[in-house]
Design a protein around this ligand. Structure first.
Ligand SMILES: [Zn+2]
Length: 264
């Protein structure tokens, strides 16, 4: 009888190895090099975990590592990422069971990262090379997980359409946004304003702040981006962080240590 129960328990444990708990944010690193688990992944996880305002949700982030020798991701002559689409989609949906975010590490010796969504279910994915570093990775995570758009664009190269810009909550075509005004008042920050630039052009698109990781791929998120990141993380976790309390509560350096679970 005991043996039977043990077997049953083992079966349950085995079955649920890639099931995630409600309210948690599973992030899976996928690599075709096993040693990346001990090399770059721990420090990248640490950067994610200690980045404000993600750090407010540090108990909710669950990091996993999946090693796949067969995974072939390359960079072509145009600096675009080539990957086996169906293989990657099946991996995310069938093997990894739809994590909140999947980060594919590229072996290639280039400075490159790309974040977005794939498949009908819009799985957030980031492809990142070993050289890219934490700032670029976080910038791409903001694209993939929070739908934030690029805030850079110094020259009027083209004019994006209204519907293109409306896909990104941190950008606007109209320099009159009640929410931005509300955040400006609450945060008492006169720098929050309408700055031309976004999606790679300065023609007909505005972002809200001189500095943001969505602009320079380093440093902090701007207040408007922070607002949307809090909103999404509250939805995912059931916690309730709002501006300006989030800033008042935790703006100092944190040093949370990530635990990384290995998916067999
Ligand atoms: Zn921003």
């Amino acid at each position: 009888m005991i043996k039977k129960n043990s077997f049953f328990m083992f079966f349950i444990l085995f079955f649920f190895v890639t099931q995630y708990n409600f309210g948690e944010i599973p992030i899976i690193f996928v690599s075709s090099e096993q040693e990346s688990l001990n090399k770059e992944i721990p420090s990248l996880c640490s950067e994610i975990l200690n980045y404000f305002p993600l750090s407010l949700y540090y108990t909710k982030f669950k990091f996993h590592f999946y090693y796949d020798q067969e995974l072939q991701i390359t960079v072509n002559h145009y600096q675009q990422i080539d990957y086996p689409y169906q293989f990657v989609l099946d991996l995310i949906e069938k093997k990894l069971n739809n994590p909140e975010l999947t980060i594919f590490l590229l072996k290639e010796d280039v400075f490159l990262a790309k974040g977005g969504n794939i498949g009908k279910q819009h799985h957030p994915v980031v492809f990142v090379s070993q050289q890219a570093g934490a700032g670029i990775l976080l910038h791409e995570i903001m694209h993939a997980l929070f739908d934030l758009g690029d805030e850079y664009g110094n020259r009027p190269l083209f004019k994006p359409t209204e519907s293109e810009v409306s896909r990104y909550p941190n950008l606007t075509t109209v320099p009159d946004q009640p929410l931005w005004e509300k955040i400006k008042q609450e945060m008492k920050d006169p720098l929050l304003n309408y700055y031309a630039g976004g999606l790679g052009t300065s023609w007909g698109v505005y972002h809200s702040y001189p500095h943001c990781i969505m602009n320079q791929a380093q440093g902090e998120l701007c207040l408007v981006c922070c607002y949307y990141v809090l909103k999404k993380l509250n939805q995912l976790t059931g916690l309730d962080w709002q501006l300006p309390e989030a800033y008042l509560y935790q703006k100092e350096q944190t040093n949370y240590q990530p635990k990384i679970n290995i998916i067999e």
